[in-house]
Design a protein around this ligand. Structure first.
Ligand SMILES: *[C@@H]1O[C@H](CO)[C@@H](O)[C@H](O)[C@H]1NC(C)=O
Ligand SMILES: *[C@@H]1O[C@H](CO)[C@@H](O)[C@H](O)[C@H]1NC(C)=O
Ligand SMILES: *[C@@H]1O[C@H](CO)[C@@H](O)[C@H](O)[C@H]1NC(C)=O
Length: 408
């Protein structure tokens, strides 16, 4: 082969590679990257919105990945830990340093109508009864009313252990051992009573869960399709997440989807019968019907920014935690005590009662946004209390909860 032929064939290979990459980019990545970077998106300052927002700062309110509002009993429950612990051990973000865990993960409780003299709303934690002796490494959770109180389903990212020796395995090599812990809370008590642990191969990388109307079945989003691996984060952005269906009674789970999801995150069950799932890296909420243990998509609402957890308010509006500036959010995650990631809260009006057949005409509005991160946490979860017209906001890498009161 002559030198010229070699260089022209090398050129041909390179050109082909560039073309293939361009096509891959165009087909798979263009929209995702546009959404992540926020091309063309206007991020507004908090002064544009009619809310007075304050920060509730306390060591027990750090790193609250998820919150749940008891609209009737007027209590807010939050799954929190310490920020150094989140930075070391958050298997969903491939933070897998077992020894950085503070082992102080807990559920904090606020009485939302009684700020009290210290302004901390009677902040206290739920203790865990003696029957449960392991640690809790909390992220998402869901709660249902049951006779006599509440039932909690907590995602627990346990460090992996060798079952015979009890020693830790290398989490970088095998990932976390994620389980679901079920606890009951009797009305008036502040001790969680252990019910059971659900262990399953189908709990690959659980992020959040939503209990079905029967109070027994529940759906779990797994933001990744694998526990570890070199391409895990890239695959997650491209969309390899799965959703699993579990039963509390049998303790069994199965994968409930044929196709992959774009970083499935928050999930809620609506009164219109559908499960709505936040697909973070596509900036959409998709609606699905559960048919014989399988999710069938029949609805999709674009929100135009990366999104995290979902909740319904008492009027059936879907409340969506938005991340308008992922780059700033990542920066603040590294230095959370000084930098606050910009947060946003969006509302999809009346989604709960909207018949799923009427796919057109959802009204989406921005409730609040904080471009400079002046008041809001880098918001990964938001709830709306209709009765007092307040917002409660949590952030997985935030040292405080945000509370916004309406000025109108
Ligand atoms: C893991 O965490 C421990 C305790 O915080 C720290 O000393 C150690 O340097 C960390 N290891 C790595 C690899 O980051
Ligand atoms: C976040 O999502 C999970 C799963 O649906 C849910 O249990 C939790 O209550 C949500 N948080 C809020 C504030 O609704
Ligand atoms: C995962 O946790 C369950 C429940 O404690 C335990 O039975 C199992 O051995 C654990 N597996 C690993 C790999 O840690």
């Amino acid at each position: 082969m002559t030198g010229q032929q070699t260089s022209s064939s090398r050129w041909f290979i390179q050109a082909t590679l560039v073309l293939v990459l361009a096509v891959v980019y165009r087909i798979y990545l263009h929209d995702t990257i546009g959404l992540m970077v926020g091309i063309g998106r206007v991020v507004q300052p908090i002064e544009d919105f009619p809310w007075d927002c304050m920060r509730l700062r306390h060591p027990l309110l750090e790193g609250c990945e998820d919150i749940w509002l008891d609209h009737q009993d007027r209590k807010l429950y939050a799954a929190c830990t310490s920020l150094p612990s989140r930075q070391g051990w958050l298997p969903g973000g491939s933070h897998l340093n077992v020894s950085a865990r503070s082992r102080t993960d807990h559920i904090s409780v606020l009485n939302i109508d009684h700020p009290g003299p210290d302004g901390l709303y009677g902040l206290h934690t739920l203790s865990v009864g003696d029957e449960y002796t392991d640690d809790l490494d909390l992220v998402g959770f869901d709660v249902r009313k049951v006779a006599g109180g509440l039932r909690f389903w907590l995602i627990n990212h346990r460090p992996p252990v060798n079952p015979t020796t009890g020693e830790f395995l290398d989490a970088w090599a095998v990932g976390s051992n994620a389980t679901i812990e079920v606890f009951d809370l009797t009305r008036g008590s502040s001790t969680l009573k252990y019910v059971k642990t659900i262990v399953s191969e189908a709990l690959v990388a659980p992020n959040n869960l939503a209990v079905d109307d029967d109070g027994v079945g529940f759906m779990v989003t797994n933001e990744h399709g694998s526990k570890v691996g070199a391409l895990r984060e890239i695959n997650a952005v491209l969309g390899d997440g799965i959703v699993s269906y579990c039963r509390t009674d049998t303790g069994k789970c199965q994968i409930a989807t044929n196709r992959r999801f774009a970083y499935p995150n928050g999930i809620v069950k609506a009164r219109n019968g559908l499960f709505y799932i936040a697909q973070s890296s596509k900036g959409i909420v998709s609606g699905h019907r559960l048919e014989e243990g399988r999710l069938v998509q029949i609805d999709e609402i674009p929100l135009g920014m990366p999104i995290d957890n979902l909740s319904f308010d008492a009027q059936g509006n879907l409340i969506v935690a938005g991340l308008p500036d992922i780059m700033r959010f990542r920066k603040s995650a590294k230095d959370p005590y000084t930098l606050s990631g910009p947060g946003a809260v969006l509302m999809v009006h009346q989604l709960n009662t909207h018949p799923p057949e009427q796919r057109e005409g959802y009204k989406v509005s921005k409730m609040v946004e904080d471009r400079e991160g002046k008041r809001l946490p880098g918001t990964t979860v938001a709830t709306h209390d209709v009765e007092s017209h307040r917002l409660f906001l949590g952030g997985v890498f935030s040292p405080f909860l945000g509370i916004c009161a309406s000025r109108v």
